[in-house]
Design a protein around this ligand. Structure first.
Ligand SMILES: C[S@@+](CC[C@H](N)C(=O)[O-])C[C@H]1O[C@@H](n2cnc3c(N)ncnc32)[C@H](O)[C@@H]1O
Length: 428
């Protein structure tokens, strides 16, 4: 959701003030490297932590149902799937808990309200009517991100600019000063979606996208997003106790996400979130500390054998370093091996993999086709296993046939792909 949208492709023509960039985020006027005030050190604003709130957790297209299942199993209320995400209800604590625990969500947005709008002036008035002083303060930097497919507000950049103007004017009226705009590391980010004459306003709760768990310091070519890797593990049916092996591990993302799931480790336990920079953070700080403490107490030791291998020695080194950063380095066996010669897992188990493909590697490339034939045959030779992989559909069919147990269609970056799970029950 954050990366696309019709309105984001066009450049808006701002009437005055600072230009907005193509992504619909406002350009920065903060001095490079200037320190940003931190949540705890900022002047407090008043919010009611007990007030009911509505949230939207965003998901990569095609993965909404996996995210929905996650929210349900974590006990969130009012869960409903929408294109590109899942809505849920709760208190502000639930927004923080979603950041801490969700493995497949991209962002957590908290609704500030919605309004019918027809054009920029009505948008401005709608923003001014929001409870801005609860969340904003001149000392806290701001960013606005807009996505629009509305005929009366066609340009996302202009929509973001108009929204920013309203926030800045509100701060000037109340405090006599305006906040800085900072797109790189804002303290408070507003997200605006405009469609069918309706504007929806959200505060971004997470800050940096949730896929940026922080453990992947060494990348290989074409690493999988952490959230998509978690989606694959959750879709594979692996219960966290039997053997699991990624035989084309690259930087190790799939095996690391599997280990975090087996350890019941909240993926956000070691990171900072955007809400910690809110002026209102003082009112919820003790609740955040309690959530983290509770999550830390829920970690358990990993019993499952988790394996990762790759034909490329530098990928093996990267996977080892990243697993170490994630705190699961001693729980994953990582080695150099050729997936075309893979052996069975003890007592059966799960293979998860993200084989090579890409814009540069056409799906009808004979070398690539041969690779899929070979590793597909090697895995199908071991009855009693499950295989979950992500690849373009034609290549998946080539390796494993066209009768998966289940599948979803997604995009990996720009490439249309499928995540499919097969059983090797008959060994054919
Ligand atoms: C798309 S990358 C995997 C990225 C990985 N999921 C990550 O998140 O970093 C594909 C990997 O397959 C590996 N590979 C290609 N042919 C292989 C083979 N025959 N056996 C094992 N690994 C192979 C490549 O070295 C590469 O690291």
């Amino acid at each position: 959701m954050s990366g696309s949208g019709q309105g984001r492709k066009r450049r808006g023509k701002p009437p005055r003030g600072r230009a907005a960039n193509q992504s619909g985020r406002l350009g920065s006027n903060r001095r490079q490297g200037a320190p940003s005030p931190r949540g705890g050190g900022q002047p407090p604003t008043e919010i009611d932590p007990e007030a009911p709130r509505r949230f939207l957790a965003t998901a990569a297209r095609g993965t909404e149902e996996v995210l929905r299942d996650e929210l349900v199993s974590l006990g969130f209320g009012g869960v409903a799937t929408v294109p590109g995400g899942v809505r849920f209800d709760g208190r502000i604590t639930d927004g923080m808990r979603a950041c801490l625990w969700l493995r497949t969500a991209g962002r957590i947005l908290m609704s500030l309200g919605e309004s019918r709008v027809r054009g920029p002036d009505q948008l401005y008035d709608a923003v001014r009517a929001l409870p801005l002083t609860d969340w904003y303060h001149p000392k806290a930097s701001i960013a606005v991100f807009a996505r629009t497919s509305d005929p009366h507000l066609r340009h996302s950049g202009f929509t973001a600019l108009k929204t920013k103007d309203a926030i800045v004017d509100a701060m000037r009226d109340v405090h006599g000063r305006r906040p800085d705009v900072d797109t790189k590391r804002p303290d408070v980010t507003m997200v605006v979606h405009v469609r069918d004459g309706r504007a929806r306003f959200y505060l971004e709760v997470n800050g940096a996208p949730l896929n940026q768990r922080g453990y992947r310091k060494r990348d290989v070519e074409a690493p999988l997003k952490e959230t998509l890797a978690a989606t694959m593990i959750l879709m594979s049916g692996w219960a966290g106790s039997g053997p699991i092996h990624d035989p084309m591990c690259g930087s190790g993302t799939l095996a690391i996400e599997a280990a975090l799931i087996a350890a019941n480790r909240a993926p956000g336990l070691e990171r900072e979130f955007g809400f910690q920079r809110w002026p209102a953070f003082g009112a919820i700080e003790t609740r955040w500390a309690a959530l983290r403490e509770d999550a830390a107490s829920k970690c358990r030791s990993i019993r499952a054998p988790i394996m990762a291998s790759d034909i490329d020695g530098s990928a093996v080194m990267a996977a080892r370093a990243n697993a170490h950063n994630a705190g699961v380095g001693d729980r994953i066996m990582i080695r150099k091996a050729d997936a075309r010669e893979i052996g069975p897992l003890l007592g059966g188990g799960t293979f998860v993999l993200n084989p090579p493909y890409g814009e540069r590697l056409a799906s009808d490339d004979p070398m690539l086709g041969k690779l899929y034939d070979r590793f597909g045959a090697a895995m199908r030779a071991h009855p009693g296993h499950h295989v979950t992989l992500i690849a373009p559909q034609a290549l998946i069919t080539r390796a494993f046939g066209d009768s998966p147990l289940h599948h979803i269609d997604v995009r990996n970056g720009k490439i249309p792909c499928r995540i499919a799970t097969f059983a090797t029950s008959d060994g054919r």
